[in-house]
Design a protein around this ligand. Structure first.
Ligand SMILES: Cc1cc2nc3c(=O)[nH]c(=O)nc-3n(C[C@H](O)[C@H](O)[C@H](O)COP(=O)(O)OP(=O)(O)OC[C@H]3O[C@@H](n4cnc5c(N)ncnc54)[C@H](O)[C@@H]3O)c2cc1C
Ligand code: SF4
Ligand code: SF4
Ligand code: SF4
Length: 493
């Protein structure tokens, strides 16, 4: 056989495997394009320059100028490169941890008014009724300050029933846990968010962990799914700004990216979760565990119909307790369909991605006072300046947004290096004149860190200018037109 034939055969068999992988990804609806790989891994600075993506696909080359992978042909968006990259998280255990079985389930006892299927409360009730637990750690709502989380060791059915439902704020659940052990409890059912579960797990497994050394403690960990939690005070302020208060709130829920305050009068205050980011706990920006990977049983809402909970059984003990609760009529359950599990995986992926963009999540917000600097004549950058700045690709305008009071610019340092002494100039521009302008100096700007500038809007505003300069000159110059932003916002709605 000639050499040419050999090469052709090799190429053909490689292409067959490439197609096969593409078909599998298509069937699983996991077609993550090269654009996604660029956004998540390359642009965020996580790329190790290993070249696995380039090596596997014929339309990718290594760009020697930018030292990054680059498209040289048409991308079909098959997702193969994304799935070879060592930095993306794509396996099921990588996304939601190890588990033995997945169910969709609900409590049978109608006294249980759960957040979703009431499965957590039903499991705890079974544990208490059967004397497997001395008591359980749950989070109640404060009577003095409505909706403030009060973590508590409870032993009665009455208090347990009161504890059902979710409070989207941190709860210090470990205090009553250790307190109850100190007072003589030995076997405890513990409910917590993934970060709560991690505390207990660490204390159980680290060589000097007190729950490892205090061998009388048996703790059964029921972990909740969790995407974010918020500051109680922050949300109180938000409610006040919306002419309401915690006293009016019947239930809180998070669904399809929206935070919903269900009010006692039947009305709802609904906001995109994203819009409440300023009240989000700082820890949640750095958290990558959606499903309480270190628990015995994990329970959440995503993946199940209204009124049901999604349950992941992780340990042998978790399996036995869940089955016993079913056999004894506390819970009804059926296996979670593969397609529904995909919803859990997708959400978990969103959370894991915070690993890739961890630096850009360190966002600093600058609130600009009006009219600090007088710069009477609007001096737009020359075309040459703009081309040069773009070629240096040092700074990117990530987003421009506005409300009635403020215009917001979010910029990121995309140079891959720390920038020093960057001068930021923002101005409201009317008829080529700056009517109000403001300047600040960013002493140190880390790679991929985002800066948000919140600039008070001027009366009858039409355009705003944002310019950034480093010691070499202009690195960004953009004009934001109010009319166009409003039209874009309207179109999105
Ligand atoms: C902060 C937070 C964020 C969440 N985010 C998501 C999400 O993004 N996606 C998703 O699918 N599910 C999420 N959940 C889980 C979901 O809201 C339900 O708790 C879960 O589906 C169990 O429902 P259930 O009806 O079986 O539980 P229930 O029977 O109603 O029992 C809920 C249990 O949670 C305990 N609890 C309530 N608030 C807290 C708290 N702040 N800290 C510790 N324990 C608490 C209660 O004491 C009770 O024992 C979140 C829960 C919380 C607390
Ligand atoms: S065609 Fe190539 S670059 Fe595009 S997604 Fe598939 S493997 Fe990646
Ligand atoms: S496979 Fe991932 S880490 Fe390797 S070069 Fe491509 S993007 Fe970078
Ligand atoms: S997102 Fe993470 S850190 Fe924040 S409350 Fe949930 S588990 Fe805890």
């Amino acid at each position: 056989m000639s050499n040419t034939e050999d090469t052709e055969k090799e190429t053909e068999s490689y292409l067959e495997s490439f197609k096969y992988a593409g078909k599998r990804l298509e069937a699983e609806e996991r077609k993550d394009s090269f654009g996604k790989l660029m956004r998540e891994i390359v642009d965020s600075g996580v790329c190790t320059k290993c070249s696995a993506c380039v090596a596997t696909c014929d339309v990718l080359i290594w760009d020697p100028i930018t030292d990054r992978p680059k498209l040289s042909g048409k991308c079909t968006g098959c997702g193969i490169c994304y799935n070879q990259c060592p930095r993306t998280i794509t396996t099921i255990p990588g996304l939601i941890g190890e588990y033995k079985a997945a169910f969709t389930a609900k409590a049978t006892n109608t006294e249980i008014k759960g957040q979703d299927g009431g499965v957590v409360t039903a499991l705890l009730l079974y544990g208490l009724d059967s004397k497997l637990f001395d008591g359980v750690i749950v989070t109640l709502k404060s009577k003095e300050e409505p909706w403030k989380p009060i973590p508590k060791y409870v032993t009665s059915k009455e208090e347990l029933l009161e504890s059902s439902g979710s409070i989207y704020c941190h709860s210090q659940t470990v205090i009553p846990l250790i307190d109850s052990l100190r007072k003589g409890a030995h076997s405890i059912g513990f409910v917590g968010t993934p970060c709560n579960i991690d505390s207990v797990d660490k204390m159980q497994k680290s060589p000097f962990g007190l729950l490892k050394l205090f061998m009388r403690a048996n703790i059964f960990k029921i972990g909740l799914f969790c995407m974010d939690s918020f500051s109680y005070e922050g949300l109180s302020g938000f409610l006040a700004d919306n002419n309401s208060s915690w006293n009016n709130v019947q239930k809180c829920s998070i669904s399809k990216g929206k935070f919903i305050f269900h009010l006692k009068n039947g009305e709802e205050i609904v906001r995109k979760v994203h819009a409440l980011n300023r009240y989000k706990s700082s820890s949640c920006y750095y958290c990558t565990d959606l499903t309480s990977e270190h628990s015995d049983i994990s329970v959440g809402s995503v993946g199940s119909a209204d009124g049901y909970s999604t349950v992941l059984i992780r340990t042998g003990l978790g399996w036995e307790l869940f089955q016993d609760a079913i056999d004894n009529g506390y819970i009804e359950a059926k296996p979670l369909e593969r397609g529904k599990l995909r919803f859990v995986l997708n959400l978990a992926k969103m959370k894991k991605q915070s690993l890739y963009t961890i630096k850009s999540r360190r966002k600093f917000v600058y609130q600009a006072p009006q009219e600090v600097v007088e710069r009477p004549k609007y001096e737009p950058a020359t075309k040459d300046d703009i081309i040069k700045a773009a070629a240096r690709k040092m700074v990117k305008l990530v987003k421009t947004d506005l409300d009635n009071k403020f215009i917001r610019f979010i910029v990121t340092n995309s140079s891959g290096e720390t920038l020093d002494n960057v001068k930021v100039h923002i101005a409201s521009v009317q008829d080529f004149f700056e009517v109000a302008s403001w300047e600040t100096n960013i002493k140190v700007w880390y790679p991929f860190e985002e800066l948000e500038f919140e600039y008070p809007r001027t009366k009858d505003d039409t355009e705003y200018l944002i310019q950034l300069n480093d010691y070499k000159g202009l690195v960004l110059s953009r004009v934001a037109n109010i009319q166009k932003i409003l039209e874009k916002k309207q179109a999105k709605k």
